[in-house]
Design a protein around this ligand. Structure first.
Ligand code: HEC
Ligand code: HEC
Length: 213
């Protein structure tokens, strides 16, 4: 649209140039709108509602807290996760985190993921929750009686996650695909807790976690 400005032609050009420079300096958009736009690249694997897709081992991520999603996206970027030859799901996810290069994008997409309602996927494993209850006693310190986690300890909520995904992660911690980097301080606090668990004990404790819903 043409606007007739009540100023002389001589002063108009410098004003327009200042306007263009100000545009270049505008910081990239941050927040929900940008997060929703970015999430379109996540949806093919995690689903429009963030409910996940077991066929490609992409977990339900809907409603995970923003701080945890940010932690994990940076974790993938820093090769704390998704850098182990046998960790195929992690290898699938890592390039997606690496692609979030623009300032504020990690925060924006994490904010969007956190805004989705948690979906509590159905159980697929058959561990013994009664036996698992005893093992869970040590998890309480960080993940809470209710399995809702503790932001101060960077411990995520685990009640609303897929049981098959929880098993994959406990195995990853135990075999060193996750939490084994010397600079991954929070991953290391979790890893020590996985080392004592047999595969059967993992399934039992997961069965117990799912009773906390
Ligand atoms: C190509 C498929 C694919 C795409 C696209 C994808 N992911 Fe993932 N994502 C995965 C898989 C597979 C895992 C499980 C990794 C594992 O088991 O360690 C995962 C794991 C995650 C986790 C870890 C969840 C947890 O509880 O620790 C987060 C967070 C995540 N993805 C967020 C995103 C976001 C945000 C995007 C878009 C920017 C995205 N993903 C795009 C496949 C994908
Ligand atoms: C000392 C604190 C601490 C204890 C005790 C602990 N955890 Fe964790 N746990 C963490 C932290 C911190 C993380 C996140 C690590 C990261 O950022 O990669 C985590 C992550 C996890 C994850 C991965 C969740 C996801 O979304 O990928 C699972 C599963 C888990 N813990 C289960 C357990 C179970 C089961 C126990 C008890 C046997 C346990 N934890 C005990 C601190 C702890």
């Amino acid at each position: 649209m043409m606007v007739r400005l009540p100023i002389a032609g001589k002063t108009l050009l410098p004003l327009l140039l200042i306007g263009a420079a100000a545009c270049d300096a505008t910081p990239p958009p941050v927040g929900m709108e940008r997060g929703a736009e970015l999430y379109e690249t996540c949806a093919p694997c995690h689903g429009d509602a963030g409910s996940g897709n077991v066929d490609i081992a992409a977990p339900s991520i809907a409603g995970l807290p923003q701080w945890y999603v940010e932690d994990q996206l940076r974790g993938f970027q820093n090769e704390y996760r998704g850098d182990h030859a046998e960790d195929l799901p992690g290898l699938r996810m890592r390039p997606m985190a690496v692609s979030l290069t623009r300032e504020g994008d990690v925060e924006s997409v994490a904010q969007f993921v956190a805004s989705l309602d948690a979906v509590y996927p159905e159980s697929t494993l058959h561990g013994n929750a009664g036996v698992g209850a005893a093992s869970y006693a040590v998890c309480v310190a960080c993940h809470g009686e209710d399995g809702l986690g503790n932001a101060d300890l960077h411990s995520p909520p685990i009640v609303q996650l897929d049981d098959w995904y929880l098993l994959n992660q406990l195995r990853n911690f135990k075999n060193g695909a996750r939490g084994a980097r010397p600079d991954d301080v929070w991953g290391a606090t979790m890893r020590v807790n996985s080392l004592v668990l047999t595969d059967e004990a993992m399934q039992d404790v997961i069965a117990y976690v799912q009773t906390l819903r």
